[in-house]
Each structure stands twice: as C-alpha cells, then as structure tokens.
Design a protein. Structure first.
Length: 529
C-alpha cells in the first residue's frame, strides 16, 4: 500500500520499472502527449502480460483514449518508448502498419462491421478475399476459412449469416475474430475499447467468456471499460489513469468496486448516485406532466403511461423492444398511428421536433456523435446552439455568449482546455455533459433521455444524474432509457418494462432492482408487478 494525495492505493508496479517483466508482451514507458492547452498523457507506464486481461480505467479525459490511439498508431506520442513482442520502439516510430505487423489489434465500440454483408464477407474484408487465377472470388474457400475461424474462436454463427441478423454480442465476437484471424494463437495484443458499452446484460456474459478464452490461449488483452463490475469480473490487474497519469495499479482479485471507484474519482469526492431515493413522491391530487394513452407508433402497440411532476421514470427493455421509439414518438420524431399524448395538460401533436422544443420537451439521443454533438464546432458553440437567438441584437453578442458558456462549463464540470477547442477533442463523458448543458439551459419541463450515460465514467455519470434530478426538483419530469439496469434501479423513481412494443410490467420504487428487472424482461408471459 502507498499513500497518494492523502489516499491509499494498492500498487503492483515492477520492482525496477526500467526492466520489463519476462511475460510482458506490451511494455510502455514514459509515454507523453501534449495537445494545445492540454497535457493528455504525462510519462505513462504500462505493461500487459501474455495470457492476461489487463483493465484500463479512469475518468473521461483521463487519457485512456489517447493511449489507445497511440498504441494503434493513429496518434504519435511526443516522447517515451514502447516494447511490443520483444521489439523496442521510440515513440516517434510507432505507426499503424508497424504495430499491426507486430500483432497489435484494436476493436472499438463501433465494431466497423457491415450489417448487410455476411459473416464470411465481413471476416475477409481485413484479410482479403480468396480469388482464382482469373480473379473471381472463390466462395467455397471463403466459407471454409470463415468456418475455421468461427470454430477457432467458438462463435455460434454460420459463414453465410448476415451480420444484421446476429445478436449484438455475437457481432462483437465476429469483430474480435476478424481482428485476430491472422495472429497465431497465444500471440499479439488485443485492445478492446468499451466492447460491452452497447450490449444488453444477457449478452455481456457471453462476450466476457470469449475474452477469457482468448486470454487462456495466451493473448495479451487490454480491456478499456467504464463498466467496473465487468472490469473486476474479467481482469487480473487494472491500471487507473487520472489527469493523464498512472494513478494506481491494482490486482482485481483483491479489489472491491467501491475501492476502484475511489481510485478513479478520489475519496471525498462528491457522489450523487442514488439521489432518487431522497425525492418525495408526487403530492396527492397532482396532475400528470406526461400522459400517453393507447399509443401505437413504429413497433409500439397501445402503450399507456403517466409521468408525474418531479418523477424520473425508467424504461427497461432490450434493443428492439420499442424503448427508443417511445421517446421519439413523444418528441414528434416518429409518426404515431393511434393514441394520444399530452404534456402539461396540452395535446402534444408534434409533427416536428422544433414544436416539441418550443413546448419545453427536449431529447438527448443515444447517438451522441451523429445526433447530439457537432464535432467541428467549438465547445462554446455547442453549448449555445439551443439559444442562439438570445445573442442577436443590432450585433451578435459574442462576448456574452462566451461568458455564459464558461459559466455552464463550470456548473456542469465540463473538462476542456478552453471553450474554443472543438467538440470532437473532448472525451465522451465531457461531450455528453456539454449536450445536456446545452438543452437544460432552456429549462425544459420534460426530458427524454436515451442512454445518456453510455460510455461515460462514474464521475461524469454522477454529474449527469444530478443534472437530470435538478430538472425534476423544479417541477419537471424525465423519461429515461438505460441498458444498465443496476444504474437504472439507482437513479429512477419507478420503471416500466417494454417487450415487443408493449408495456408488460410496472415496477414501483420499492421493487426496483436489477435482478427483478432482468427477470421481468426475459420471462415469456406478461407479468404486471
């Protein structure tokens, strides 16, 4: 044990940091990277051993993504050394082709699979299609090679299956198999960047089992994730980053989730999860803020629901259950074929989202990059897009815009070098807090939130929960979709379960628990709790 800034952390660094462990396949020493106004990495050390799953955790903006990009050759470090498969490289030597030749493979949260192509076609995109002397594709050979890879990685799919028809967890396994198909068993480094972020709970276990099999075969695996229970379940060691530095290294067999959270965000930091339990129930006689009656839209069939002022109501369901479509129908982004919706007692017949926004209804979409963040605009511009009209007079009041945006960045704890950096330069959690701040400054009465904390760290997650609760404390309400049922049970006041487009269960506050929600989702007959 050692004490850092008043905190005790367990560390497992090598006795001599200049000498790599004999089993280390990837050995990083002194890697630093500076962007304008921001030191992203500061003399980072890390080693990953053969047959090990090594976790990498830290708050958004702590430097995890920067290190992954350097190790995959996308970014060049300013200084430091990397030793891969016995070959030592200076930081400036690392490039995409070289690290790939040395056996480094990266699988991102965005799997980069083509849903309308077969498993075989997706697998061969990275390795090349087998062709005959007359340059025609040898489909039988393609299927044979794919079958061998599917068997090697124990994947339950057929070569001719379309990727879009596979469960999401199996798609992840296909992406991993594609990355490793030309790497011999027991060799190479596999970097998994948030591999389970978009997976439903029942498929996470399948992927974690696949990762364990890869490690047992001798592969060295770097597992980057914000899902701390999974880090503890699948890794042997975990390195924690804070502010671009290695803060601690832990053996996960001797670590609790609470201790890992303290290592990531610090003891004594304000924690605001589970705020829902301190919120009083709606007053007797209060009128619903949101009323949905017999709604049919897309996959939704005769959905009825009321949300009271002051409430956060959770929506639990698998992908395809209609959970996102429920939010879109309320927002006016999905045409309804039957039913009625009212917001604050007024008919919500929105045919365009600007009508919903004008009525005080805002939606934070799941697709942060595609629908929420404007990557090439500055952070201040992203914060101000929802209220730009306020800054127009005889001239555009840019100084006031910057002042207001700075206040928002401080209030929502957005970590950025300045308001003038581009949105795409921020970490995922800071982008999400920026999007939330943009819309909350309009003082909405109803929040529609689709996976607002997906891919963000525990500190940012707590900030987002608190921001949502602030809306409900002032008389607003929120409808919240989350795939993480542990988190859903912590933050909402009650929940509904959607399955095949219908509400099949209403779960009151006293019965909110992840296990109970999972049981309700997977049972075959409707059961209203």
């Amino acid at each position: 044990m050692c004490e850092v800034a008043g905190e005790q952390v367990s560390t497992q660094a090598p006795a001599d940091p200049a000498i790599p462990d004999a089993d280390s396949v990837l050995y990083v020493r002194g890697i630093s990277k500076v962007f304008p106004g921001l030191r992203a990495l500061d003399a980072v050390d890390l080693d990953i051993r053969s047959g090990e799953v090594h976790g990498l955790c830290g708050g958004n903006g702590s430097g995890k993504s920067t290190l992954v990009k350097i190790l995959s050759g996308v970014l060049r470090a300013d200084s430091g050394k990397v030793r891969i498969a016995g070959r030592e490289l200076e930081a400036h030597q690392i490039g995409p082709k070289l690290v790939r030749d040395l056996g480094v493979r990266v699988v991102h949260q965005d799997l980069a699979l083509f849903p309308d192509l077969s498993v075989a076609e997706n697998m061969m995109l990275g390795a090349g299609l087998p062709v005959s002397p007359v340059r025609s594709v040898q489909w039988r050979e393609l299927r044979r090679r794919t079958r061998l890879n599917l068997d090697r990685f124990e994947i339950t799919a057929t070569p001719d299956a379309l990727v879009r028809d596979l469960p999401i967890g199996v798609r992840s396994q296909v992406a991993i198999a594609r990355a490793l198909q030309d790497v011999s068993s027991g060799e190479g480094v596999l970097i998994l960047d948030e591999p389970t972020a978009a997976l439903p709970a029942h498929e996470v276990g399948l992927l974690l089992d696949a990762i364990r099999r890869l490690a047992a075969a001798g592969h060295a695996i770097l597992f980057v994730s914000h899902r701390l229970d999974e880090v503890l379940a699948v890794t042997q060691r975990v390195t924690v980053f804070r502010d671009g530095r290695v803060f601690a290294e832990h053996r996960t067999a001797q670590l609790t989730e609470s201790e890992l959270i303290d290592s990531i965000i610090g003891q004594g930091q304000e924690r605001r999860a589970d705020t829902a339990r301190s919120v009083p129930l709606p007053a007797a006689g209060a009128q619903p803020l949101l009323t949905i009656r017999n709604l049919s839209a897309g996959p939704l069939r005769e959905v009825s629901l009321e949300v009271m002022p002051g409430e956060i109501v959770g929506v639990a369901g698998l992908l395809g259950s209609g959970r996102t479509e429920l939010l879109r129908a309320v927002y006016g982004d999905l045409k309804r074929t039957a039913g009625m919706i009212t917001v604050a007692g007024k008919a919500a017949n929105y045919s365009r989202v600007d009508q919903a926004i004008a009525a005080g209804v805002v939606m934070i979409p799941e697709d942060r990059a595609g629908s929420g963040a404007f990557g090439d605009l500055t952070v201040d511009e992203n914060l101000s897009l929802s209220v730009l009209r306020e800054y127009w007079g005889l001239v555009f009041r840019r100084t006031q815009l910057r002042s207001d945006a700075e206040e928002l960045r401080q209030r929502f704890r957005v970590r950025a070098a300045s308001g003038s950096v581009t949105m795409k330069s921020l970490s995922g959690g800071n982008q999400q807090k920026t999007i939330l701040a943009r819309w909350l400054r309009r003082k909405p009465v109803l929040l529609l939130l689709d996976e607002p904390t997906q891919g963000v760290d525990v500190g940012a997650r707590s900030d987002i929960h608190a921001a949502i609760r602030q809306v409900t404390k002032t008389g607003g309400a929120a409808l919240l979709v989350l795939s993480d049922f542990e988190e859903l049970a912590q933050v909402v006041d009650r929940a509904v379960v959607l399955r095949r487009g219908k509400i099949t269960a209403h779960v009151p506050r006293e019965r909110l628990a992840a296990r109970h929600l999972n049981q309700l989702i997977y049972e075959e007959t409707d059961n209203h709790a």
